[in-house]
Design a protein around this ligand. Structure first.
Ligand SMILES: O=C(O)[C@@H](CO)OP(=O)(O)O
Length: 258
């Protein structure tokens, strides 16, 4: 049986991850740790597992592009083509963008904020002109390929699944032809990809939380297109368990951060 693998990563730690702020379509850069982990966690795991890459599909947001660039450099294959696709951008977090997750829970209640974060159909309140990131997002040229009339003001997980579906179909065709693909994207998009690849129920996908930097590997039968097994993280299980719990939680208030 001929098989091929698909590797998926969530970008390294961003400035907004560090500050525990809703990020979405804001173009937050990586922290130094995020840059470092692209080499010491992502590339190191791929090198250790002897996984090579022929092509990268990447979100248009800088934190994902920077991560991909660092991984390719560390793997000594910086000439690998990178296809930048806005459909792989993070879900748009609407008017939560730029606000601290714990402080939003204090204002709106934990249950509602967790529903906005993980509920399959929950759409956070639409972004308004007084949001500090409204103009930056609207004017960011990386979104110039978003079709007219499709620029969101907020997105649910379900809306995100719909936008990644055709992109994933194109990527899967490439994988089944034998191209060794890396997808470099964001937490919600990885959850949407896992949802599509594994045919999960809405309730199942709501429980998934994705760790930064640690590669996820899928394997496919190239003749039938069938997936072999389910998602596998390439990394230390204890580290993944600890980080998954952190991603799931509402974290700390801004004033509690050192
Ligand atoms: O802020 C965001 O865009 C995402 C990912 O960092 O956060 P959450 O895990 O709360 O969906």
């Amino acid at each position: 049986m001929k098989t091929n693998r698909l590797i998926i990563i969530r970008h390294g730690e961003s400035e907004f991850n560090l500050k525990n702020l809703f990020c979405g379509w804001h173009d937050a850069p990586l922290t130094q740790k995020g840059v470092h982990n692209a080499c010491s966690i992502t590339a190191a795991a791929l090198i250790k597992a002897r996984l090579e890459i022929d092509k990268v599909y990447c979100s248009a947001l800088y934190r994902a592009r920077h991560t991909a660039e660092m991984v390719l450099c560390e793997m000594k294959c910086a000439n690998v083509p990178v296809v930048v696709d806005w459909r792989l951008c993070e879900r748009h977090y609407g008017n939560l963008t730029g606000f601290n997750k714990r402080e939003m829970a204090d204002r709106y209640g934990e249950q509602l904020v967790q529903t906005w974060r993980r509920g399959y159909h929950a759409v956070p309140p639409a972004i308004t002109v007084d949001n500090p990131y409204y103009y930056e997002i609207c004017n960011n040229l990386i979104f110039s390929e978003v079709p007219a009339g499709k620029f969101p003001l907020s997105e649910s997980m379900a809306m995100c699944v719909e936008r990644i579906k055709p992109a994933l179909e194109e990527i899967k065709q490439d994988v089944l032809k034998g191209t060794r693909v890396l997808i470099c994207t964001h937490g919600t998009v990885v959850r949407a990809l896992v949802n599509q690849l594994e045919g999960l129920s809405e309730a199942e996908v709501e429980k998934i939380n994705i760790v930064n930097s640690v590669p996820i590997v899928y394997e496919f039968n190239m003749q039938t297109g069938e997936r072999i097994g389910s998602m596998t993280y390439l990394g230390d299980p204890e580290y993944i368990r600890k980080k998954t719990a952190q991603v799931a939680s509402l974290g700390e208030r801004s004033s509690e951060k050192s």
